[in-house]
Ligand binder design. Structure first.
Ligand SMILES: [Zn+2]
Length: 143
């Protein structure tokens, strides 16, 4: 029986979830929050580090900031894409104004930038605002 590591995007605990339970709304053993919801979760720098290095489900991260117009425009599109892709891919966003070290660590040159992490590695990156269907197609082409 195989299991996947999933960092809880709410509290940062790394959970091991048996593969057959991934589609039945698994919850975090520590805080009880759902582990793979079809929606966007706002995360902090520590959670990003853990999830990007250890998670075994694809994770899409939107690097954004409140002062960035295109970021605010893309936010509802990003949410729609998260809903459409369901629970096989997780969606998170991180505020680069609140966590500036994250931009340096990930070498983010402009926002919005989306990065797709898979099995501990960044496998794709896309800069500039996209529509929901474009985000979904981009994620599907790399995951
Ligand atoms: Zn938790």
């Amino acid at each position: 029986m195989s299991a996947k590591n999933l960092t809880c995007l709410s509290c940062g605990t790394v959970n091991r979830v048996p593969e057959e339970r991934l589609s039945s709304k698994p919850k975090c053993g520590t805080c009880g929050q759902p582990l793979n919801q079809p929606k966007v979760t706002e995360i902090d720098a520590a959670t990003l580090t853990k999830a990007s290095k250890r998670d075994q489900l694809p994770l899409v991260v939107d690097f954004w900031a409140p002062w960035c117009g295109p970021c605010r425009m893309m936010a509802p599109e990003f949410s729609k894409a998260a809903t459409r892709l369901g629970t096989a891919v997780r969606f998170a966003k991180i505020n680069t104004e609140e966590f500036p070290a994250v931009s340096r660590r990930h070498n983010i040159r402009g926002i919005p930038t989306m990065a797709l992490f898979k099995n501990g590695k960044e496998v794709a990156r896309q800069s500039g605002a996209l529509r929901a269907d474009q985000i979904k197609a981009w994620v599907e082409s790399h995951s």
